[in-house]
Design a protein around this ligand. Structure first.
Ligand code: FES
Ligand SMILES: [Fe+2]
Length: 444
């Protein structure tokens, strides 16, 4: 999304803000005192550049390259010889080939074009393979040192691969000035005791504007209407009145909205947190004791391409034997895949409407329950102006789409995994039914 489009959307949002109230602790009743207020200051510290959970640890297998991109910039993740994860720019410094189709030999990356091989630090370890050694020897400083990979800082923690994305990969990792600490992104920092939970997760890919997807996950209203028939909760259905009292807070590290039922005896429905740049946490109750915690990480692959990692931590169904017997994992994945497919056509067409400039003042109206989205947009506007992430690796209509389309690995864009999950579920259910039938037949 361009800055101009964003400004247009925001001018609409700001006009609406006056009718929604804007103090740090609010209900969705209009706040008469504050109706004349101007745009609130951006209180979140983090911008769009910084730590992203770029993929799940389980996706980075020894000896395999994991291609993806961020803000149009093609990147590769892999495990080096010590199993540490590396995030490198997908550009061979010899003649500019991509590492797609390259290989890993003893944890060293090998280019598919002329076989340049790179150590974990990024140095070329077989320069003699690429050039006449007398040239290298006489011009080492000018020539050989330039054959060096560019990388981003990368940390593996709690089953996630975090990368510190700045848009400017460097040959020496110690040259990065890491201004936003990784702690601000970690779930534990906010009091969740995730080590006490089990979790299931899936990764999903969308051909849609990543902002629309984050917004979708901050939007409580649509859950009832779009996912009412899929989410296994009797209180989530099209027939439930979808209006809540909201308590919204904006702090330096998070925006949080607690949704309480209007019927006070029912208490809290859900709490949603946004941690910049791309993490959304959904839970109920206290952070420390919540029965479940859902963590959604949003990765801006390219314009109109985004990836989401959704992880559902739970305190229930922790017993591995039980979860196996009840096929809990497959069932959970089926819910995830279905929920994301339900959103997909909306997100794609909504992205189109945004790109075409249809989502402008007077065409759309934010409601009280959209306040979380409003606050997100406040942050986003400032962050886009400050960081300009889409200007770091701009593409145009003539750019070929090889990198854009390649990472679309997961459902709903690529339904292969969802189909496999469904098939596994059907086969396992059949086996569970056939075993007792077989035993009865044997006894007879
Ligand atoms: S382009 Fe990579 S080795 Fe030549
Ligand atoms: Fe949704």
């Amino acid at each position: 999304m361009s800055e101009e489009e964003l400004k247009q959307f925001n001018s609409l949002s700001l006009a609406e803000e006056a009718t929604m109230g804007k103090s740090n602790e609010v209900n969705n009743e209009p706040n008469v005192k504050e109706q004349t207020s101007v745009k609130p200051s951006n209180q979140l510290e983090g911008g769009l550049l910084g730590w992203y959970a770029a993929c799940s640890s389980r996706d980075i297998k020894e000896g395999k390259l994991h291609n993806f991109s961020m803000y149009n910039e093609p990147l590769v993740l892999y495990r080096d010889k010590d199993s540490n994860v590396r995030c490198i720019k997908d550009l061979c410094p010899h003649r500019g080939a991509s590492f797609i189709g390259g290989e890993l030999k003893e944890g060293e990356l090998v280019c598919p074009y002329h076989g340049a091989r790179f150590s974990s630090k990024g140095e070329c370890t077989n320069l003699d393979r690429l050039t006449c050694s007398h040239i290298v020897e006489s011009n080492y400083d000018n020539y050989a040192k330039k054959i060096h990979l560019s990388q981003y800082p990368c940390v593996e923690k709690d089953g996630y691969i975090y990368i510190y994305y700045t848009g400017k990969a460097k040959t020496d990792l110690s040259d990065f000035d890491i201004s936003s600490p990784l702690e601000n992104t970690l779930i534990e920092t906010y009091g969740y005791k995730t080590k006490e939970y089990e979790y299931e997760e899936v990764t999903v890919d969308f051909k849609a504007d990543w902002v629309r997807i984050v917004e979708n996950h901050l939007d409580i209203l649509h859950i009832f209407w779009v996912h009412g028939g899929t989410i296994p909760d009797k209180d989530v259905s099209r027939n439930v009145i979808t209006s809540f009292n909201q308590a919204i807070t904006r702090e330096s590290r998070q925006i949080q909205s607690k949704y309480n039922h209007k019927d006070k005896s029912k208490g809290e429905f859900i709490t949603v947190k946004f941690l910049p740049p791309g993490r959304v946490i959904i839970y109920k109750g206290d952070e420390e004791t919540s029965r479940y915690v859902q963590v959604l990480d949003h990765i801006p692959l390219a314009e109109n391409r985004a990836r989401v990692i959704v992880r559902h931590y739970r305190r229930f169904m922790k017993n591995k034997i039980f979860t196996n017997i009840f096929l809990f994992r497959n069932l959970q994945h089926r819910v995830f895949y279905k929920v994301f497919s339900e959103d997909y056509i909306i997100l794609k067409t909504q992205s189109f409407n945004q790109q075409m400039g249809y989502v402008e003042k007077d065409n759309v109206k934010l409601l009280g329950e959209d306040k979380m989205v409003q606050y997100y947009w406040d942050w986003l506007q400032n962050a886009l102006i400050k960081d300009k992430p889409w200007e770091l690796h701009p593409t145009n209509a003539h750019t070929n789409t090889v990198h854009k389309d390649m990472p679309m690995l997961y459902p709903p864009e690529n339904p292969r995994l969802a189909i496999k999950n469904k098939r596994d579920l059907a086969i396992n259910l059949a086996i569970r039914l056939l075993i007792p039938i077989g035993m009865i037949l044997l006894i007879i």
